[in-house]
Design a protein around this ligand. Structure first.
Ligand SMILES: N[C@H](CCC[C@H](N)C(=O)O)C(=O)O
Length: 260
C-alpha cells in the first residue's frame, strides 16, 4: 500500500507527516519503524500522524512516534510543523492536551501547556528534587514532563553523545526519558543538546527546550523568557506567569512524496 507523506523539519529535527484525516492507513509498529528508518525507509526523527479531532475545540488530532516505534506524548518541533502543514493557527489535540497556536510570518508559536513538575507525573521511580544519575562529575539535574519525560543536566552541552543512551534507560525513569544537556550562557540564553528517548541525539528538541527552561527557572539559572540555542538553531521559550509555556520557532516543508 503506497502512502503519501510530507517531509518537514523544525531546526533540523525532522519528521514524516502522514495526513490520515480522510482515511486511516492503520500503521502498525513495524511499519512505523520502517518508515522512520533512514536506510530502508523514508527516514526521520519522528513520524507524525494526523487524524480527525475527537475533542471539542480541537482542529486536528496529532500523534507522534519515535523511530523505535514508541509513542511520544509531546513533540514541540513537530507541533510547529503540523501548524504549517494544516495552515492558519489550528488548535492541536495531543496526548499532552489541547495546544493553541499562532503564526507570525515564518515563525510558529505553540502553547505547549503546563509542565508537570511532580515526580510521579514525569514519571520518576522515586521522589527527588535533584536527580541522582551516574555522571562522570557531579552535576545538577532536574526533571519535568511536557507530556513526555525530560531530564535536564546542567553543565556543558558536549556530553550528549557519550552519556545520552545510558541515561535514557536509567532506572530513575520508568518510561525512559529524553535527556537534555544544558549550558547556561546568560540569564536569557542557554545552549542545549538533547538525547531523545527512542530517537537518539537530534539537532533540536522543542519539548526538551521547554523542559530545560522550566528546570533552569526552577533552579534560578535563567529568566522565564529564554533563547535556547541547539545544534539546529534557536527557539524562543517563555514560561508565562500563568504557567503555560510558549515555544516559538520555524517550521519547514522539505518535500512531498509517496512510498512505493
Ligand atoms: N523532537 C521532539 C521530542 C520528541 C520526544 C520523544 N523522543 C519522546 O519519546 O518523548 C520535540 O521537538 O519536542
Amino acid at each position: 500500500m503506497s502512502l503519501s507523506f510530507t517531509k518537514m523539519h523544525g531546526l533540523g529535527n525532522d519528521f514524516v507527516v502522514i495526513d490520515a484525516r480522510q482515511n486511516d492507513p492503520a500503521l502498525d509498529t513495524p511499519t512505523i519503524r520502517h518508515l522512520c528508518d533512514r536506510r530502508f525507509g523514508i527516514g526521520c526523527d519522528q513520524l507524525v500522524l494526523l487524524t480527525p479531532p475527537t475533542l471539542h475545540g480541537a482542529d486536528v488530532h496529532v500523534r507522534f512516534f519515535n523511530p523505535d516505534g514508541s509513542e511520544a506524548g509531546a513533540c514541540g518541533n513537530a507541533s510547529r510543523c503540523v501548524v504549517k502543514f494544516v495552515g492558519g493557527a489550528p488548535t492541536l489535540q495531543t496526548a499532552a492536551g489541547l495546544l493553541p497556536t499562532a503564526r507570525d510570518g515564518d515563525l510558529v508559536t505553540v502553547d505547549m501547556g503546563l509542565p508537570r513538575l511532580d515526580w510521579q507525573d514525569v514519571p520518576l521511580s522515586q521522589a527527588c528534587d535533584t536527580l541522582h544519575l551516574p555522571l562522570p562529575t557531579p552535576l545538577d539535574a532536574a526533571a519535568c514532563s511536557m507530556g513526555n519525560p525530560h531530564a535536564t543536566i546542567f553543565g556543558d552541552a558536549s556530553r550528549a553523545e557519550a552519556l545520552g543512551a545510558g541515561l535514557e534507560q536509567n532506572a530513575l525513569f520508568p518510561e525512559r526519558a529524553n535527556i537534555g544537556f544544558a549550558q547556561i550562557l546568560s540569564p536569557t540564553h542557554m545552549r542545549l543538546r538533547v538525547w531523545e528517548r527512542g530517537a537518539g541525539l537530534t539537532l533540536a528538541c522543542g519539548s526538551g527546550a521547554c523542559a530545560a527552561v522550566v528546570n533552569a527557572v526552577r533552579r534560578g539559572l535563567t529568566k522565564r523568557t529564554c533563547t535556547v540555542t541547539m545544534d539546529g538553531g534557536d527557539l524562543r521559550i517563555t514560561w508565562r506567569a500563568d504557567g503555560h509555556i510558549l515555544m516559538t520557532g520555524p517550521a519547514v516543508t522539505v518535500f512531498h512524496g509517496t512510498t512505493a
